[in-house]
Ligand binder design. Structure first.
Ligand code: NDP
Length: 519
């Protein structure tokens, strides 16, 4: 039995050799990588560049041109032209089968260059291979799901109904036109796929704004899209800082719809900007995920499972577990087992065999996390695993130790999303008390219940306010089921990865038709 527990491990790195094709792409013949607009690589009118680095070694991977307001204008114009074509052969007029064919060609090229895309996630994004492999798989899974949806959900005229004598009405569903996806750094390939496939397959032309910390995968996908034969202007990529490139996207009235994934503060800011000129916006934002452990759970097994989920991408996963509420009857054993799991995470370079906790993405994140660790103690959290900076021999990088605290009901030492392997454990007297505490947060993204009594677990899980509620699992996603947040974690609508997501990328009009009035 002891061996069975030990088999539940944190996601772990295999050794990763950087492929020459990735290095060649990054070097770009000695020139900075440009943005991708209207089928061309564009250096950017400001002549400004930024560096993207490997967070675990601080090696500069590539120099990238920053896109300014005039490039946003240019990308919107290119996308509008590609959408409309010359009136008959725009992207909006492509039959669904042809859109699917191009998307699947892109997927095949992504499969061919899987090692390059893995390098983007592992080297640029700082991920361990076990997670990165699963992320790259999402390109195909997401594309196949939305090709199927696109074939099932018709655009154009809906059924007609009589609305008055001699008057009929029907709906008309069409793509928005130009839509933009603003993407965070933690899951660049997954979140770019989740945006681009439903947006493209419903007939929109797109602008992708990757995060400044992880621009490489979106730029590489644009290169593959060109090779696949997408018409120029259908896919555009604008790398740059949020406050410059992202802000110019949010302010552009030619963009009809924005899909934003990132932090609640930035999402709320963009929403206010979009509202000024009527651009619709969908937000998928951060969480402060919770787990409830009931008294019948095996504390050893569940502590390891929760540890695995709390450490997914080193706690830099939006719905990961940061707050645990455990029944008092098993709390001591659970806490011992969780402390053991956290203390034994192998801290190291993300491309080296055996690493389970790599560097965080940038120095700003590092200082935010250290502040949150100090704050947790100042607010009454009892440190079980102390956190603080970590050393990794032979590597410069943004390395931190995990942090675990014991709390009590009424101790508010973990109020905000801390994007690291950072969790509090609060012993509780009942499932009802645990639920009340789990729900007493403005976030509402992901939560789980852990129990041998699955029916009891389901009944409790349904009472979470979160968009994703799980029993004996966490961080699950599946195409066909919505992934979205409540409270400050997201909205409006169901979330991503379901049929409603596809419809979000379209607008519906009501068309009324009356007989021509006789004089
Ligand atoms: P941010 O909110 O800081 O950034 C997200 C994106 O917005 C980046 O591309 C950023 O650019 C851009 N941005 C920043 N400021 C502006 C602005 N004024 N106008 C337009 N765009 C702007 O989030 P992080 O990148 O730090 O990502 C982590 C967050 O994302 C966490 O809160 C996490 O929980 C959440 N997240 C939510 C998911 C979900 O599905 N609910 C999934 C994954 C992450 P740049 O980075 O270049 O400055």
């Amino acid at each position: 039995m002891a061996t069975a527990h030990a088999n539940i491990q944190a996601l772990t790195a295999a050794r990763f050799e950087t492929p020459a094709k990735f290095t060649q792409f990054c070097e770009n013949g000695g020139q900075p990588l440009g943005g991708y607009i209207g089928g061309q690589s564009v250096p950017g009118s400001m002549n400004a560049t930024f560096e993207t680095v490997d967070p675990g070694s601080l090696e500069v991977l590539a120099r990238v041109s920053e896109m300014a307001e005039s490039e946003v204008d240019r990308a919107v114009a290119a996308a509008q032209a590609a959408f409309a074509g010359n009136g008959v052969n725009g992207w909006r007029d492509f039959p669904v089968d042809e859109r699917c064919e191009l998307v699947m060609k892109l997927v095949e090229l992504a499969d061919r260059d899987r090692d390059v895309l893995l390098a983007c996630e592992i080297r640029d994004g700082g991920k361990v291979s076990e997670l990165a492999e699963g992320d790259v798989d999402q390109i195909r899974a997401c594309a196949e799901y939305f090709c199927d949806v696109a074939k099932r959900i018709p655009l154009g005229d809906g059924p007609s109904q009589e609305v008055a004598d001699g008057v009929r009405g029907f709906t008309y569903r069409e793509p928005w036109g130009v839509v933009a996806g603003i993407i965070p750094w933690n899951y660049p390939i997954v979140l770019t796929s989740w945006f681009m496939f439903p947006a493209l397959l419903s007939g929109n032309c797109i602008i992708i704004k990757p995060a400044e910390d992880t621009p490489l995968s979106a730029l590489y996908l644009a290169k593959l899209a060109e090779e696949a034969g997408f018409p120029p202007g259908v896919i555009n990529v604008l790398p740059g800082r949020g406050e410059l490139t992202g802000q110019a996207i949010a302010e552009h009235p030619g963009i009809r719809y924005i899909s934003f994934t990132g932090s609640p503060g930035v999402g709320q800011h963009i929403l206010r900007t979009c509202d000024r000129h009527g651009t619709r916006m969908k937000r998928e934002m951060g969480g402060n995920g919770s787990a409830i452990v009931l008294d019948d759970a095996d504390p050893q097994v569940v502590a390891r499972m929760i540890g695995r989920h709390a450490n997914q991408h080193f706690g830099q996963t939006c719905c990961t577990i940061h707050r645990v509420f455990v029944d008092k009857k098993i709390a001591d054993d659970f806490i011992d087992a969780e402390r053991d799991f956290f203390e034994n995470l192998k801290i190291g370079y993300q491309a080296e065999e055996g690493t389970q906790l790599g560097a965080v993405i940038n120095p700003t994140q590092m200082s935010r996390i250290l502040r949150a660790q100090a704050d947790a103690i100042a607010r009454g959290g009892e440190p079980l695993v102390a956190g603080g900076p970590a050393e990794v021999q032979g590597r410069k990088g943004f390395y931190l130790k995990p942090a675990l605290y014991r709390t009590n009901p009424g101790v508010h030492c973990n109020p905000q999303e801390v994007f690291h392997t950072f969790a509090t454990i609060c012993p509780v007297s009942s499932a009802e008390e645990a639920l009340e505490l789990a729900n007493s947060t403005p976030y509402g993204l992901g939560a789980s219940v852990w129990t041998k009594d699955v029916d009891r677990g389901i009944a409790l899980a349904k009472k979470f306010r979160d968009g994703t509620c799980q029993v004996n699992c966490h961080n699950s996603i599946a195409y066909g089921l919505p992934y979205g947040g409540q409270g400050i974690s997201g909205g409006p609508g169901a979330g991503v990865n379901c049929e409603e997501t596809f419809r979000d990328y379209t607008q519906v009009k009501a068309v009324y038709v009356s007989e021509y009035p006789e004089a």
